[in-house]
Design a protein around this ligand. Structure first.
Ligand code: KIV
Length: 265
């Protein structure tokens, strides 16, 4: 595999080849993830929960994201590297430019991810106008957990589904080059994936997306919490962490993950 770029991912979508994505927070896991042929690595602000033991992603700051992005960048070889913009680090387009600049120049990220729909359009326009590739994130927005009233499936009623689809199209028109859909009913996620030209990566969004992402600690069962319904622990049926990651990639590629038991109606 040569270096993965946004053009590679668009081509994969056009050729109906599923995109495998995993989170990573350090160089060692990144090296194993690379060996398994994962196309995209996300330095998620989920590190607040799985690395730092926080209750949510809200306490994570820009310095911590830069540090973990640097660690991952040292283990990266071919995958596209995305870094999350943490909570309250992109409240204005100007602030977002500063944060994205840190994550790309100091961290080594190739793309930044931000949460939100209509309210983020101007920020997405400004970032892309400055040569910063953007991955948008709709559905369950962990940084808005207190506003949403918990970690719940989003887009179940007609009105919220309509708004989510409109937001997805508007984010693409504003320049977003990838979209993550989190905890969205299978039918809606499929509809959005088919409506967009950019790759749509699902987590708890069913099998109709162009690719899948999981938190690496979750797919290895390394958590004191109960795993969410949309996660599969790939470690018990493997002999090693490397084999578990390889099984995840194979399952995403052949469409056997996520199954109905990992998806929402
Ligand atoms: O922070 C994260 O790991 C994420 C993924 C769950 C998509 O945003």
């Amino acid at each position: 595999m040569s270096h993965v770029t946004t053009a590679t991912l668009i081509q994969m979508k056009q050729q109906h080849e599923k995109i495998a994505v995993l989170t990573s927070y350090d160089a060692s896991f990144t090296s194993l993830i690379e060996d398994a042929g994962v196309e995209v690595i996300l330095v998620g602000d989920s590190l607040g929960m799985v690395i730092q033991g926080q209750e949510s992603t809200l306490p994570v700051d820009v310095e911590e994201m830069v540090y973990h992005t640097q660690c991952v960048a040292r283990g990266r070889r071919k995958a596209l590297l995305i870094a999350d913009m943490p909570f309250m680090s992109y409240s204005s387009a100007e602030q977002a430019l500063g944060t994205a600049g840190r994550l790309m120049k100091d961290g080594g990220a190739h793309m930044v991810k931000l949460e939100g729909g209509a309210t983020q359009l101007e920020t997405v326009r400004q970032l892309t106008a400055n040569g910063i590739p953007v991955c948008a994130h709709l559905g369950l927005l962990p940084q808005s957990v207190h506003k949403l009233g918990g970690y719940r499936v989003q887009g179940r009623d007609d009105e919220s589904a309509r708004i989510m689809k409109e937001d997805a199209l508007a984010l693409e028109a504003a320049g977003a080059q990838m979209l993550v859909l989190e905890c969205v009913p299978t039918g809606l996620a499929r509809e959005i994936s088919e409506a967009l030209e950019i790759p749509v990566i699902g987590i708890g969004a069913g099998p109709g997306c162009d690719g899948q992402v999981l938190v690496i600690y979750d797919m290895l069962g390394i958590t004191p919490r109960q795993l969410p319904r949309f996660v599969k622990n790939f470690l018990p049926s493997a002999h090693s962490i490397s084999e578990a990651i390889a099984h995840y990639v194979k399952a995403v590629k052949d469409g056997s993950f996520p199954g109905e038991e990992h998806s929402f109606k």
